[in-house]
Design a protein around this ligand. Structure first.
Ligand code: COA
Length: 194
């Protein structure tokens, strides 16, 4: 199966997969989907490393990546979506999420050189396709001359997948903004030599 450039028509499938994992526990499913779409878009750039794999037209996995400091392409969409929300709590939730992503991106960039690539979104919508897409994506990064792949993740993600696939933990931390009394919100930066 070949890597292809991500097509926006697959956004609903991606959101279906992630909405239960990455959205706040409010009743409003439309807002939850918007919240997750915002996360996906903030991890996308306009470069040539926004990959997906499909099988018979169905999305199986995505792997987005960027260079150190590369800016995401979501600003216009984010602002319009944010400003259109009439509920101020929802607007605040989007702001907090955006600030968290920016903080974690900056942290990850601080461990990178210009020769490294950051995996910014890694999701399989069908079990077994995560490894397949990442193996091909890593070949692509190597061919482009990148030396290491870095990524950040957190306790709402499949952190153990990285631990079990040879990734080196560079930093483990707690994000106070999402922590509750007695419940630390853990964040991680991992590195893999290409
Ligand atoms: C992380 C992710 C992309 C991995 O993709 P995947 O398709 O599940 O993983 P693989 O391609 O390795 O194939 C699935 C196999 O890995 C195994 N696996 C899944 N998570 C695992 C883990 N944490 N540790 C070890 N094995 C794991 C599955 O059990 C399955 O094994 P099987 O084929 O024997 O049944 C996927 O779990 C996912 O999309 N998670 C939600 C989003 C996320 O957390 N993304 C990453 C951090 S931001």
């Amino acid at each position: 199966m070949e890597l292809r450039k991500f097509e926006i028509k697959h956004m609903p499938s991606l959101v279906d997969r992630l909405v239960g994992l990455w959205s706040p526990p409010v009743d409003d499913m439309e807002f939850r989907r918007t919240y997750v779409e915002a996360i996906v878009r903030q991890n996308a750039t306009s470069n040539d490393m926004q990959f997906m794999i499909c099988d018979n037209g169905e999305l199986c996995a995505v792997a987005f990546a960027c260079r150190k400091g590369e800016h995401n392409s979501s600003d216009q969409w984010w602002k319009a979506t944010h400003d259109n929300l009439s509920n101020s709590d929802y607007r605040k939730m989007l702001e907090v999420s955006r600030s968290y992503i920016t903080t974690m991106d900056e942290k990850t960039y601080s461990y990178m050189t210009e020769e490294d690539v950051k995996l910014s979104l890694f999701v399989s919508t069908k079990s077994g396709w995560g490894k397949k897409i990442l193996d091909q994506a890593k070949d692509f990064y190597r061919e482009k001359g990148f030396k290491n792949m870095l990524l950040w993740t957190d306790c709402d993600c499949n952190v153990d997948w990285y631990r079990n696939h040879g990734y080196v933990l560079v930093e483990e931390d707690t994000y106070e903004g999402f922590s509750r009394p007695g419940e630390d919100y853990k964040t991680y930066v991992f590195k893999m030599k290409l």
